[in-house]
Design a protein around this ligand. Structure first.
Ligand SMILES: Cc1cc2nc3c(=O)[nH]c(=O)nc-3n(C[C@H](O)[C@H](O)[C@H](O)COP(=O)(O)OP(=O)(O)OC[C@H]3O[C@@H](n4cnc5c(N)ncnc54)[C@H](O)[C@@H]3O)c2cc1C
Length: 543
């Protein structure tokens, strides 16, 4: 159904579908279109990293995405046939300690299924956006159906999740130059039995090539092989994969026909701007990464989750429209950071740089336990990414957890685990919507804290406005109001105050209960000050 206050999502790949799910659950009207006739059957991007798994939970999708996927707990690096290093996700102190791999077509189908369950609007397949025009208060989009018929509609905002050749990016006209590596990769999904654990990925690096073996299900493996030179135009052949495995792994290996095979280039590009007033780009439309490290799809999922809650807050008049500018301010540098890391890993693994100091950091020998056990799993899980928040101060940025996914939220999502709270007592300001679907965990969590640890100072305060919390019809907070008791406690008893954004990022961490600071962040900042809609006393903060 058409509504001119709706968001038009262009493209139903993994990024557009993540955004549609997020908006559906936050009660924002949207329409999602895709020029293809139906869902993809391509295997393409496999890995759903740990921060995406948490992000998808925060978007209300629970653990439904990747539920049938292959759990990957370790990445092994072999140099000239010998295991050199290994990244073990089971070192991470979280409940989720593995990546998930599955064909992208499966991930997209799961997202489609969840969208259907949310009951707020399925994908309009076979509809291509052919022209975009921004007006002062709206965006006009011209759409073309498969039968050639065109029509124009007006939307409040337009988000281009329209992939590599994005028309929306052409509208924004950012600089999109970058690096084209002089190599390409051949990749295919094969049913075969290999003598490896099917929850471990193997990277094999040789002076003149590399290949990767990634389990994606029962006896199903993705094999990726790197070749030098330009992407050939000829049809891809399975022998491009089998010949390498026979040379370097085992001459006996004979591959049956692959379930899916393709070639793809290596590139690294980041758009210099990902927004123009009412139009945004996310996912491959905004960035193209080398496939090393599986950054592409995951960075796109983070883009969608950064934008979703802001569109919802603006739609529900809980934030001014200017808060949408923080999308470009926050995500563009974060994407650049991910691109630089992906470029470094690519150069390393393809041996275009050989400086030992860098190699030792990214792929330390077995002896370097600290980097291996603590730093690398964080880097490769996505949890290490820290973004510069649009409205934070230098002092806040110096604090390592600000701008990162909050471990306290993980603690709640991880079925009430309280590991993170053992040393400190927290006042945790969390948007109630984060806890939607986790009510039982929350009760359990509070009970354990009080009973076992004799801490009576944990308090959850809604990081949203009282009116929204109380209104049952408001889809933003479909979770019934939590009884929040005012607990008395003096400032020096309290070791930490935390304010967590709806996308799970820590916005404020303070070792004293500074009510003024919290008030500034909640009401006074650009993000949360909306004079016409919200008065300070509409908000329920308990001190
Ligand atoms: C061969 C191959 C292998 C890959 N392997 C990996 C990997 O191992 N790991 C990884 O992380 N990533 C990998 N990727 C990248 C990954 O597939 C992408 O990062 C991911 O698909 C990006 O999702 P997206 O939603 O941004 O864009 P897409 O998946 O490209 O979706 C864009 C959608 O927009 C639609 N569209 C485009 N223009 C319009 C328009 N004008 N109107 C309406 N609809 C439009 C398209 O039909 C498409 O469905 C691989 C990609 C390829 C091609």
């Amino acid at each position: 159904m058409y509504r001119d206050d709706a968001v038009l999502i262009v493209g139903a790949g993994p990024v557009g579908l993540t955004l549609a799910n997020d908006l559906a659950r936050r009660g924002v009207p949207y329409k999602i279109v895709d020029s293809k006739a139906g869902p993809t059957e391509d295997s393409k991007g496999l890995a759903i990293n740990i921060s995406s798994q948490y992000g998808l939970q925060l978007a209300g999708l629970g653990r439904s995405i990747g539920r049938e996927g292959q759990s990957i707990s370790r990445l092994n690096l072999h140099w000239q046939g010998k295991r050199y290093s290994s990244i073990n996700f089971s070192w991470l102190p979280f409940d989720i300690q593995s990546l998930i791999t599955q064909p992208q077509s499966v991930t997209e189908n799961e997202l489609l299924e969840q969208l259907q369950l949310a009951g707020k609007g399925a994908v309009a397949w076979g509809e291509e956006v052919v022209h975009i025009e921004e007006q002062e208060n709206s965006v006009l989009a011209t759409l073309k159906r498969l039968d050639g018929e065109t029509y124009t509609e007006s939307y409040k905002y337009l988000v281009g999740c329209d992939g590599k050749r994005s028309l929306t990016r052409e509208h924004i006209q950012p600089d999109f130059s970058g690096v084209d590596y002089d190599m390409f990769f051949v990749l295919g999904d094969y049913e075969l039995s290999l003598p490896y654990d099917n929850n471990e990925v193997q990277y094999y690096i040789y002076p003149d090539t590399f290949f990767i073996l990634i389990p994606i299900g029962q006896d199903l493996w993705r094999i990726v092989v790197k070749y030098d030179g330009e992407l050939p135009e000829s049809k891809v052949s399975s022998s491009e994969i089998s010949s390498i495995l026979q040379t370097y792994l085992n001459p006996e290996i004979v591959l049956a026909e692959p379930k899916w095979i393709s070639r793809a280039p290596f590139y690294n590009r980041v758009a210099s701007s990902i927004q123009s007033n009412r139009v945004f780009i996310a996912g491959d439309a905004a960035h193209l990464f080398s496939p090393i490290g599986g950054t592409g799809m995951n960075t796109g999922i983070q883009d969608a989750l950064n934008l979703g809650w802001k569109l919802a807050f603006v739609h529900h008049q809980m934030a001014p429209e200017s808060c949408l500018n923080s999308y470009n301010e926050e995500r563009q540098p974060a994407i650049k950071q991910a691109a630089d890391l992906s470029d470094l890993s690519t150069q390393l693994i393809t041996r275009t740089i050989t400086e030992h100091s860098i190699i030792d950091q990214l792929a330390p020998e077995q002896g370097n336990r600290k980097i291996q056990s603590r730093i690398l799993p964080y880097l490769h899980s996505g949890l290490a990414q820290k973004i510069q928040l649009a409205n934070s101060s230098d002092e806040h940025d110096a604090e390592p957890d600000i701008g990162k996914l909050s471990p306290r939220v993980f603690a709640l999502l991880d079925e009430g685990k309280i590991d993170y709270l053992q040393k400190n007592s927290y006042w945790c300001f969390i948007n109630l919507e984060l806890l939607h679907g986790h009510e039982e965990h929350l009760n359990h969590f509070l009970f354990e804290l009080e009973e076992d640890m004799h801490i009576g100072r944990v308090q959850l305060v809604p990081y949203c406005f009282k009116s929204a919390v109380q209104s049952k019809s408001n889809a933003l907070v479909s979770f019934p109001h939590i009884e929040i008791e005012k607990m008395s406690c003096s400032d020096d008893e309290l070791s930490l105050v935390e304010l967590v954004r709806p996308d799970g990022l820590t916005q404020l961490l303070s070792n004293q209960l500074d009510a003024k600071q919290v008030r500034h962040l909640v009401f006074g900042s650009e993000l949360f000050n909306h004079p016409s809609a919200v008065q300070e006393n509409d908000y329920e903060v308990l001190y």
